[in-house]
Write a protein that binds this ligand. Structure first.
Ligand SMILES: [Mg+2]
Length: 473
């Protein structure tokens, strides 16, 4: 039997993605009131909006739901005759207290793991992290799942031409999509993955595609921000959408900030506002200790088709980490902007997404972690390196060892290449910090590649064999 609730409570529950059957009713005549919904603390494994909808409204179609007016004073408070209209745009994530946590931002943004090799493309993420206004860091809130921004409004699956025109009939194909087709999920980080944002001292202009916005905190302090989208980000989102990924956002940014960034990334809410898409962010003044795949995808069976794109894999809990496709952080503001290059970083990541999806769908790889590993192994497959110029001297191999523990060597091996201590007939590449070595000379004579270690670093970071010319000695 459906629980009884006031229309306003139903609306709020829908906005927050809260299953009413789990809410304790304290209102008169056993009705669930708005404050009952407000008091409800969402469990970590929040159900999806579609689940909530089904749970409560069964097969009632959206047109019926939206044709009714929630403010109609004559409306009955029975659930089945609830008077609803579409919730406002960009519903706020629900922010709930959990007294069990008292972590601060410093726990959250702790030191990154040391990087084994010098990496031009991987500056210290910690230093580049845009700082959100800090307030009451001793607060004990947790991040929670927000509902989809337009819970009852969807656009056609393949929409490419902007939001539906005013007055156009709304389409709801997502609710009717065949559930038996396995879903692919893509969970996106925002900061330094899709955008770079930082506080603005007032000097920024909108030249070079910089977006400016302001946020006001509870005490009325206004902070200015400047934001730049990563090159090719909209093409990336569009392509991922066309590949039928359900695209979620999981950020440690505060929720007002997240709303601003989503508005810039996807102004028409054509991709990031679709039903089934979730947005998770940090509640204002709260802290999150670790991101987890389970917060977005509670159903473990779907994890094999879930991939996470983030510039920090250490931000994720252990069970999520194998699903993370780590990309070089995007830094636009500051003394050392990251080189996005050609192909762009996001183009390279899209190739990986394609590889992974193909691998799992064809049965070649059992799940996303396996496919990410096999993609990694394919990057420099068939190549044989010899290191020159004293690179390996810093970590001499034990006697008779066939493998070195040097980070360059291990990176080359992880990316599918063979490595030898000496120049052999199989050698395809000489890797050396400088050109004045015997091996480099021999490589040139034999028409082989002689490259700087940066080539190896960049290939590993972008997960693709980059043209050697730019790195040639
Ligand atoms: Mg990030």
């Amino acid at each position: 039997m459906s629980p009884k609730a006031t229309p306003a409570a139903i609306k709020l529950a829908l906005e927050r993605g809260i299953p009413l059957v789990n809410v304790k009713a304290t209102g008169s005549h056993g009705f669930i009131s708005v404050s009952d919904v407000q008091r409800y603390v969402m469990p970590w494994s929040a159900v999806s909006h579609a689940d909530v909808r089904k749970l409560y409204f069964g097969d009632m179609d959206d047109a019926t739901l939206m044709s009714i007016d929630i403010d109609d004073p004559a409306s009955s408070s029975s659930a089945t005759t609830a008077q609803l209209r579409p919730p406002s745009k960009r519903a706020k994530p629900c922010l709930e207290r959990d007294p069990g946590f008292d972590l601060t931002e410093d726990d959250l943004f702790g030191d990154d793991e040391p990087s084994p090799a010098p990496q031009r493309l991987l500056p210290e993420a910690k230093n580049e992290k845009p700082r959100m206004p800090r307030k009451h860091t001793n607060s004990s809130k947790r991040v929670h799942c927000s509902p989809p921004r337009e819970p009852l409004v969807s656009v056609p699956a393949q929409a490419t031409a902007g939001p539906p025109a005013a007055g156009a009939p709304l389409q709801h194909e997502h609710f009717k999509r065949k559930e038996e087709v396995p879903r692919w999920h893509l969970i996106l980080d925002l900061d330094n993955t899709l955008v770079h944002a930082t506080e603005d001292d007032g000097s920024a202009t909108t030249a070079d595609g910089v977006h400016l916005f302001e946020l006001t905190n509870d005490s009325g302090t206004v902070t200015k921000y400047k934001l730049r989208l990563r090159d090719g980000v909209r093409d990336f989102l569009q392509k991922a959408h066309e590949m039928e990924y359900v695209i979620h956002v999981y950020t440690m940014g505060a929720h007002a900030y997240t709303g601003q960034v989503l508005g810039i990334l996807d102004p028409g809410e054509e991709i990031l506002g679709l039903p089934n898409a979730k947005v998770m962010c940090r509640p204002d003044g709260g802290a999150v200790f670790e991101k987890s795949i389970a917060h977005i995808i509670p159903d473990r069976d779907q994890w094999r088709r879930t991939i996470i794109l983030d510039d920090r894999d250490e931000a994720w809990d252990k069970q999520s980490r194998d699903h993370v496709l780590k990309l070089p952080p995007f830094v636009f503001f500051g003394p050392q902007p990251s080189a996005e290059g050609s192909p762009s970083v996001l183009e390279c990541m899209m190739s990986v997404l394609e590889y992974v999806k193909r691998g799992v769908d064809s049965g070649f790889d059992i799940n996303v972690p396996a496919a990410l590993k096999s993609q990694r192994q394919s990057v420099l497959k068939g190549l044989t390196f010899v290191f020159s110029g004293g690179i390996l001297k810093s970590i001499p191999p034990p006697d008779m060892a066939e493998e070195s523990d040097h980070p360059y060597w291990m990176s080359a091996r992880a990316n599918g290449a063979n490595c030898k201590f000496r120049f052999t007939d199989e050698t395809t590449h000489v890797v050396s910090p400088h050109a004045a070595t015997q091996s480099v000379k021999k490589a040139r004579e034999d028409g082989l590649h002689a490259v700087t270690p940066q080539w190896l670093i960049d290939c590993a970071a972008l997960r693709r064999r980059l043209p050697e010319q730019q790195y040639a000695l």
